[in-house]
Ligand binder design. Structure first.
Ligand code: PNS
Length: 159
């Protein structure tokens, strides 16, 4: 199969989980290059700063040779068009993700008809993870080692 151009894998990644890594590894098999695109939300104070997230994702993806990590602020489709990206990758875990994802994909298509949204299914073992649950478990002292890659775990524990 011939790999297709550049895909963006956008999200908050606060923190980057094994579920994110799983979707990223799947994307890397389909696209020539995948940019993990971290959305900076100036209204929301994150657990990690966007710069910390970038460093952590780079530390978790050293084994992937067609990945880069960038931070952006503004409309995702503007960033995608500026980069000539052919696709936006989003991971689907469960049916409950679909409503939000469907609306976001239609909005993005309306704004940028040439950029296709591609949904990839996560592996079953990661289907119940999301970043806010990981943050909550960690906040109450729970063990998140099965949810986040080692560099993220170390950084969370150091907090
Ligand atoms: O990991 P998340 O929080 O589900 O990711 C959501 C994200 C960052 C991809 C989305 O909120 C986004 O694209 N934000 C940038 C602003 C934008 O383009 N909004 C229009 C999409 S509906």
């Amino acid at each position: 199969m011939t790999k297709k151009g550049l895909a963006l894998y956008p999200g908050s990644f606060d923190p980057f989980t094994f579920g994110h890594l799983d979707i990223l590894e799947r994307s890397c098999r389909l696209f020539e290059h995948v940019e993990v695109t971290i959305a900076r939300n100036s209204e929301k104070q994150g657990f990690f700063s966007t710069d910390e997230r970038k460093n952590l994702i780079e530390a978790c993806t050293g084994h992937l040779d067609n990945v880069s990590v960038e931070i952006f602020e503004g409309l995702l489709v503007d960033h995608a068009s500026g980069r000539n990206a052919v696709a936006l990758v989003r991971g689907l875990r469960q049916v409950s993700d679909f409503d939000y994802e469907f609306r976001m994909a239609f909005a993005n298509r309306r704004l940028a008809p040439d950029v296709e949204t591609v949904f990839l299914m996560t592996s079953e073992e990661h289907a119940l993870i999301n970043a806010s649950i990981v943050r909550e478990i960690h906040r109450y002292g729970g063990d998140v080692s099965s949810f986040v890659p080692p560099p993220v775990l170390d950084a969370m524990r150091a907090r």
